[in-house]
Design a protein around this ligand. Structure first.
Ligand SMILES: [Zn+2]
Ligand SMILES: [Zn+2]
Length: 332
């Protein structure tokens, strides 16, 4: 039996293909877990190779001064957007619209240890990584001309990175995507109809129903969304209403420093350490104060491939059922 489910945040429909539903074993088989050394001589992100990256824009150390670094933030050597690019818009061949590739693209080197991934770091170090995210969000969102700041992590080759040293990225762009504008409109509509934030509502629906809930803490709800586009898609959503990740306070970050690695550990144990992406959805820079927006983290293990139907229609076929995958993660 298959079913169409509508994502309340985008109005997009997803095909949940019950009949093709797989057990976690089917997702994780054939994946070999390699052991990685703590230091790799020619890794551009390992200590001692600091001259292989552009000079750092921020650094976090055990103590101030010259003590060894714990986290470095550097401009991406091959940036998608660059602060030195033009900002103006122009026409190409008198028909096509173009803009200079202005913006910022930074790499957050999460640890000096080549093999210390987030689920294996101590909580206090994860907290420092999250503080670095928030500091860079604040700095980049204040830059003139920046409209959207996205913090994300690509882990593994199928997730889009060839660098195995633990790192995250942040891109500050001069535009808000059409997709984000659509989500903003939908959230605004929900707010004007009900007087409530859509994402706060989704949190309370999930916490009430509980069959897609993985776990909760005082400050966060971790669940598999009703219309998950991908198998094991997981949301980490703050229970307290807040549109902008940049406004998360230190209590939020210290709770999240437990919640994020715990979620990753559960995913790793059910799926056998898959490649994954996570992204911090947050309000566009000019809409940080909007009462109808709400920041959250979307985690997607890369155990699926978009095929012809997805490319042709934008409609995803999810071969697993969120109620079942949430149960596996809950019991892990
Ligand atoms: Zn390294
Ligand atoms: Zn909210």
């Amino acid at each position: 039996v298959t079913e169409l489910r509508q994502d309340p945040t985008t109005n997009e429909w997803v095909i949940i293909a019950h009949a093709r539903s797989k057990r976690p074993y089917d997702f994780s088989k054939d994946r070999e877990i390699k052991s990685t050394p703590a230091f790799v001589e020619d890794c551009s992100l390992c200590p001692g190779n600091e001259n292989m990256t552009p000079p750092e824009v921020a650094v976090y150390r055990q103590e101030s001064g010259t003590s060894p670094w714990l986290i470095r933030v550097v401009p991406n050597l091959f940036p998608a957007l660059s602060p030195s690019a033009e900002t103006g818009e122009r026409l190409v061949d008198s028909h096509f619209k173009a803009k200079g590739g202005f913006g910022f693209h930074e790499v957050i080197i999460e640890t000096p240890h080549h093999n210390q991934t987030l689920p294996k770091m101590g909580t206090s170090h994860v907290e420092l990584v999250l503080q670095a995210y928030r500091d860079r969000y604040k700095a980049l969102s204040k830059e003139t001309g920046i409209r959207a700041v996205l913090i994300f992590k690509n882990h593994g080759v199928t997730a889009g990175t060839s660098l195995s040293h633990p790192h995250s990225q942040i891109i500050a762009a001069p535009i808000v995507s059409t997709h984000d504008k659509k989500k903003l409109e939908i959230a605004k509509e929900h707010y004007s109809g009900t007087g409530r934030c859509l994402y706060c509502d989704i949190n309370s629906w999930e916490l009430e129903n509980r069959n897609r809930l993985v776990f909760e803490t005082d400050r966060f709800a971790v669940f598999h969304p009703y219309a998950s586009h991908y198998p094991f898609e997981t949301w980490i959503s703050p229970k307290k209403h807040e549109p902008c990740f940049g406004n998360a306070n230190s209590e939020d970050l210290s709770d999240l420093a437990e919640v994020l690695p715990k979620t990753l550990r559960r995913m790793d144990s059910v799926l056998g350490e898959p490649d994954f992406n996570y992204v911090f959805h947050t309000a566009p820079v000019d809409d940080e104060g909007r009462e109808f927006l709400h920041w959250y983290i979307q985690l997607i293990p890369r155990i699926w491939t978009a095929a012809g139907f997805e490319i042709g229609t934008g409609i995803y076929i999810n071969t697993s059922v969120p109620e079942e995958t949430a149960k596996y993660m809950k019991e892990a």
